[in-house]
Design a protein around this ligand. Structure first.
Ligand code: NAP
Length: 502
């Protein structure tokens, strides 16, 4: 049976019998942690144990970095012909597509995502990313500097070396693919550290990469606690670059790790608190409500760029909020392995508590809960929060300033458009923003004034691998996706030749 024909019962039966790879992947093969320790990987959907996963530590990081260093330094990947490297990454994209059911199941079990999303979005998007970066390999050229008739100056891109890629749990496969696609296509060797809630797709991806022809040691995976494994990677002298996606506090901690040890490059894709600014001339309120609702409720709000702050003109507030609440009521959470489910579980119990804690905090600060707000489906043992709307929120309150990372929308009203922009920009974060207006001049003026790495106008969360993604301010620096991401995994070399006649 293929995925479209599988029922919830089929997926649940598959989940009960799956035996995921649960060891470290170093130098082209699986191995247990040096300490022999493991940790429990728990499913958000019902709190059950999926696997005991190898708990790596500094010794395993050293083994992985040593393997990656060797693989990079002997040129087994970076010195292969571009067309050959391209073939390997294209083959990896195909293998990901061939294993869509398996990878989608791992991702849904680990992250609590609806299987319909992992099948239709997460896995295909990872494959597209590898394909897209593979195709850049023999299309990105170097430069010749305009240095005059007596010199030839070549400006070439070289890989940085060994990259430590540290990724979060909310889109494990997609974010790993962004980093690996750009890093591997440019010839680097990588040590990938997945989040402890969602380690399984990363391990499987590394196995598939070797099957696709990636030489041993070029991609290694070390699972284990971030404070140990992530920090050891940042402090390891054999690592040339850290590419991190996750929370702002951990981003700061990684910069401290690097600052205390050596000089290495770092890019940070961090949290967000993205505003959705709806002007009085928004026009199609139904379309706006749908995009704004999905922009916060999709993936249970566990999305860095989720549009979590609705900043809405008084004249349209009531109708818009009612429509978003209606969508929220329709989108009740369900069993992630049921193909009919559109909203899954929170990743784990402590995250559920964090999200519900913010709802209580918001009420304490003076907000009114007009949808959701309570845990549901507790009898399953899983961690489910329904779409929640906190109305009457002041932008100075903690629920409007801190990243909740759940399906929780705050509503703040404005009268004057200048205030709307000031409220939107009054945040430490700067990952994304939405603007809703039919007036093209206002849209341009506001988009230009928005301090965010991505601005969506009359749409939200539309994305494509061709364009860069990343933040301003405390949302980090550097970009994933698009050709600009290649800058983060390469360094420029200038080579001069003297052409004077002697
Ligand atoms: P997190 O707690 O910062 O963890 C991210 C990764 O860092 C995990 O692999 C984690 O490992 C590791 N880590 C934890 N502590 C560490 C330390 N002291 N040193 C080095 N590494 C450490 O974030 P998360 O909870 O997984 O993900 C949610 C956050 O990611 C949100 O803030 C979200 O906005 C952000 N995010 C940003 C983007 C973007 O593109 N801007 C995209 C997605 C998510 P363990 O799991 O083992 O702790």
């Amino acid at each position: 049976m293929t995925a479209p024909e599988l029922t919830a019962a089929d997926w649940i039966a598959r989940a009960a019998t799956i035996t995921p790879s649960d060891e470290l992947f170093i130098d082209g093969r699986s191995r247990p942690a040096a300490s022999g320790r493991t940790f429990a990987d728990i499913a958000g959907r019902d709190g059950s144990l999926i696997a005991q996963v190898a708990e790596g530590d500094a010794a395993d990081v050293d083994g992985a970095v040593t393997a990656a260093r060797r693989a990079f330094d002997d040129g087994r990947w970076s010195n292969r012909k571009p067309a050959e490297r391209k073939r390997v990454l294209l083959r990896l994209a195909d293998l990901i597509r061939d294993h869509v059911d398996e990878l989608a199941l791992l991702e849904s079990l680990d992250a609590g995502k609806p299987i319909r999303d992992t099948l239709a979005v997460d896995v295909p998007s990872a494959a597209t990313t590898f394909q897209w970066y593979a195709e850049t390999i023999d299309k990105v050229y170097g430069e010749v500097g305009p240095t005059g008739p007596d010199a030839l100056s070549l400006v070439t891109r070289e890989p940085i070396g060994v990259v430590a890629a540290i990724v979060p749990w909310n889109y494990p496969l997609i974010i790993s693919a962004w980093k690996l696609g750009a890093a591997l296509s440019t010839g680097n060797a990588v040590v990938l550290k997945p989040a402890s809630q969602t380690p399984l797709s990363a391990i499987r991806l590394a196995e598939l990469a070797v099957e696709a022809g990636l030489p041993a040691g070029v991609l290694n995976v070390v699972t284990g606690p971030g404070a140990v494994v992530g920090s050891a990677l940042a402090r390891h002298p054999g690592v040339d670059k850290v590419s991190f996606t996750g929370s702002t506090p951990v981003g700061l901690s990684l910069m401290r790790d690097i600052g205390e040890t050596d000089v290495k490059a770092i890019t940070l894709e961090l949290g967000g608190k993205s505003p959705q600014v709806v002007l009085s001339d928004c026009g199609d309120l139904e379309a706006a409500a749908s995009a704004i609702g999905w922009g916060i409720f999709y993936n249970g709000g566990q999305t860095c760029n989720a549009g979590s702050r609705l900043i809405v003109h008084r004249s349209v507030r009531q109708e818009l909020v009612e429509r978003i609440a209606a969508l929220g009521r329709e989108l009740q959470p369900g069993e992630p392995l049921d193909p009919a489910t559109r909203l899954g579980a929170m990743v784990d119990g402590s995250h559920l508590e964090k999200v519900l804690g913010y709802v209580r905090l918001g009420v304490g600060e003076g907000a009114t809960v007009i949808a959701g707000g309570e845990r549901v489906m507790a009898e399953t043992g899983g961690f489910y929060v329904p779409p929640t709307i906190l109305d009457g929120v002041d932008n100075g309150w903690r629920v409007a300033r801190e990243e909740i990372f759940g399906p929780v929308l705050t509503v703040t009203e404005f009268e004057d458009e200048a205030d709307a922009l000031a409220i939107a920009n009054d945040t430490h974060f700067g990952l994304a923003a939405g603007i809703w207006t039919r007036d093209v001049t206002k849209a341009h003026r506001m988009a230009r004034a928005m301090r965010a790495g991505v601005v969506w106008v009359n749409t939200f969360d539309t994305a494509d691998i061709t364009v860069p993604f990343g933040g301003f301010k405390q949302s980090g620096f550097g970009r994933d996706k698009g050709l600009h991401a290649l800058d983060g995994y390469t360094q420029l070399k200038t080579t001069w030749f003297d052409l004077t006649e002697r």
